[in-house]
Structure formats: C-alpha cells, structure tokens
Design a protein around this ligand. Structure first.
Ligand code: HEM
Length: 147
C-alpha cells in the first residue's frame, strides 16, 4: 500500500512480495495469452493457470529470475561482465519458445513489487533507475535471439 511508513525490508520478504507479484501479473498474462502457459510444461503440472502458478517449478523459476536480478544489481558498475551469461540465458529462452516481448511482464512484476515494498520511497527516479537496469538485462538476453 502506497503511503505506508518506510520499513527496512529483508530480502526474503522482498522475494516473497516479488513471487506474489509475479503470480499476480502472470495470472493476468496467462489469461491474455494462454499460449504462454504451455511454455512452462513442467511435469504434468501446468494444465490450468492456477496449477501452473502454484507449481513448485514455476515458483523455482521466480527464484531463478530473482537471482539474475540480484546478480545485475551487484554488477551495476560492470554489467558488461554479465554479457555472455545473459546472451546464453537468452538462447535458452529462445530454445524453450519464449518470445522476448514476454520479458516485459516480468519487468512489470518487478516494478509492482518495488512499489508495494517501498511505499513513499518508490519515486519516479527510482522507478526509472530499475527500468534502465532491467532494460539492459533484457537487451543482453535478447541478443541471444539474433545469432
Ligand atoms: C529457465 C520460461 C523470463 C531466468 C526457464 C525455463 C523456462 C523459462 C520454460 C526452463 C525451465 C526452468 O528452468 O524453469 C520463461 C518465461 C519468461 C522467462 C516464459 C517470461 C515470461 C525470465 C527472465 C529471467 C529468467 C526475465 C531473468 C532475468 C531464467 C533462468 C533459467 C530460466 C536463470 C534457468 C536457466 C538454466 O537452466 O541455465 N525460463 N522465463 N527467465 N529462466 Fe526463464
């Protein structure tokens, strides 16, 4: 809720809020584009949107995304050192049939999570800084499609 007093957030809480944001935003995404659901063909779990969103594999993927974001934050001053890793990660996503446009929804979840966690500290400048970082990550992953 915007306007709440600012609190120190531990990363498990942020992760939890992020996971909920992803589940929330992906729930909407899967409604809009049911074909995306089939990309998460983990075992037999993803028959319906709800099955997929609550499957351990899907939630594990949220953790995987978070670890990449974490790596980007800790390499803000030398993001190019992640270039090869991100290019390869892009290749893997191309191989499983992900469309680069779908990455936007993950960015939307990230911003939503920050807004929920930070309250008044979520400023336009902060939003822009996160967007810039995420755009660099997605641009590097997208280069995995070109070659
Ligand atoms: C792996 C789908 C976005 C990070 C995977 C896999 C699928 C997938 C099907 C393989 C199964 C698995 O490991 O869970 C998607 C879809 C996305 C998306 C549909 C967008 C809507 C992202 C983003 C990141 C990311 C934005 C990071 C910023 C990873 C990582 C792996 C992975 C680290 C493991 C790769 C490995 O095994 O080496 N993704 N992904 N994904 N994804 Fe995503």
């Amino acid at each position: 809720q915007l306007g709440e007093p600012r609190q120190e957030q531990s990363s498990p809480r942020c992760h939890h809020v992020f996971q909920n944001s992803v589940v929330f935003v992906c729930g909407r995404l899967f409604e809009l584009d049911p074909a995306l659901l089939s990309l998460f063909h983990y075992s037999t779990n993803c028959g319906s949107t709800q099955d997929c969103l609550s499957s351990p594999e899907f939630l594990d993927h949220v953790t995987k995304v978070m670890l990449v974001i974490d790596a980007a934050v800790s390499h803000l001053d030398d993001l190019h050192s992640l270039e090869d890793f991100l290019l390869n990660l892009g290749r893997k996503h191309q191989a499983v049939g992900v469309n680069t446009q779908s990455f936007a929804v993950v960015g939307e979840s990230l911003l939503y999570m920050l807004q929920c966690s930070l309250g008044q500290a979520y400023t336009a400048a902060l939003r822009q800084a996160w967007l810039n970082m995420y755009s660099i990550v997605v641009a590097a992953m997208s280069r995995g499609w070109a070659k």
